[in-house]
Design a binder for this molecule. Sequence first.
Ligand code: AHR
Length: 514
Amino acid sequence: MKKFKTLLAVLLMLTLTGLGQVSITIEAGPARDTISRHIYGHFAEHLGRCIYDGFYVGEGNKTIPNRDGIRLDIIDALKKLQVPNLRWPGGCFADTYHWKDGIGLKKNRPTMINTWWGNTTEDNSFGTHEFLQMCEMLGAEPYLSGNVGSGTPQELADWVKYTNHPNGSSPMPVLRQQNGRATPWGVRFWGIGNEAWGCGGNMTAEFYANIYRQYTTFMTSGGGQPLYRIASGANGGDYHWTEVLMRDIPKHLLDGVGVHHYSVIDWNAKGSATRFTDAQYFATMKQALRMEELVTKHSAIMDKYDPKNEVAMIVDEWGGWYDVEPGTNGAFLFQQNTMRDAMIAGTTLNTFNNHARRVKMANLAQTVNVLQAVILTEGNKLLLTPTYHVMEMYKVHQDAALLPSVITTPDFMYDNDKLPAVSVSASRDKSGTIHISLVNIDPGKSQELRITLNGQKISAVSAGRVLAAASIQAHNTFADPGRVKPMPFNGASIQEGALRLEMPPASVIVLTLK
Ligand code: AHR
């Protein structure tokens, strides 16, 4: 009876203080899987102000510092994220793009209409050379999305030869040399079309699998960089798509299978990026946390056809999608970015880290000025979004060994629905340092965490950082670019061998253990 009364008192106290109790166990023994740095990839499409008036401000621009038209403050900011790869030129745009329009003297390049994104005139001044130069400046690997929907196998095969074939007398490397690039770039990542089930051609999975086999047959590097070929993947929970691709495409032609998933509440009522209700916040997080289910179920199908884990899952589009900012072009997909987006980023990256065995690459949509961007620009001003800060805090996981974790967490409740409030992933880097990334998506409740390590004694918490704000709608503006930013976190202590800390509502914390 006495014990019961004590338990009751503790529960009452916790209810009054609003603290949830979270318990996490991390397996810190020898690790099996590595978290590929390519999980931290990005995506840049010829859409709205991502490339033009984003990454690329034009060669003649005298007001914004640039090299050959590529904006230098963006490069500097992205270098701090250690961007591992960048996907280009789309998206839906990729299946309308003819790469030969974007090479050679700029004055001779033809223009086209960007029919997917606002019927703007695309002058092709940013093409293959400009993109690959930008990747070199970033230290990122390029990921080229080939045109399957309106292109030909010859056109894609030629693009591979142009970028990858060693110098010689065949036409594509000769053309490359005439255009000023002597050595091949050695592009490894190639997407065979994009969203073939939709804007990439409205194909069936069966039809696309055959087309994929045809296109990849003619893609060769001519003894140069071996190719990593990625099939256009499923729309969210279309498991049939993955099943057919895994069943019908021979392994020697297939390195990765894509998946796209956006955290959108309702395609017909996406809601404001900044002025959203509690109900909309919950609905967005429900969509974001659905990534765990999607990755688990697509993995189960892949495991069936590929028990040796030779084909990777590539989540090459993910992120939050809302209404465009008032007064901006509806086709440009320019949206603000709040702490809600930080919650999406933190939980999604935890999912990818925890599924590192199968998920080898992912691309947040999109880097600059489009959807869940890490950078927004206005004229010569630039701001870093809450999503940028999460990406920067999480970069410690790149190429680190995954330490699997088990979590018991309270629910984040809304109406009669619930979601797990806290998510975690952990890794050990090459120097032996352990990093733990934590997200508390509950905007109304702090969480009290107890973390234990199996297989290693915790001797010290050497550093911690937290991203939190006064409200879940908090965001950075050009007038106030530093409102949301990571701060040092000194609230973790070691008690009886366990790590104890309190997580603020709607926060992301990354801890470093020695
Ligand atoms: O990222 C915006 C668009 O969303 C991409 O072009 C397309 O692939 C997806 O539907």
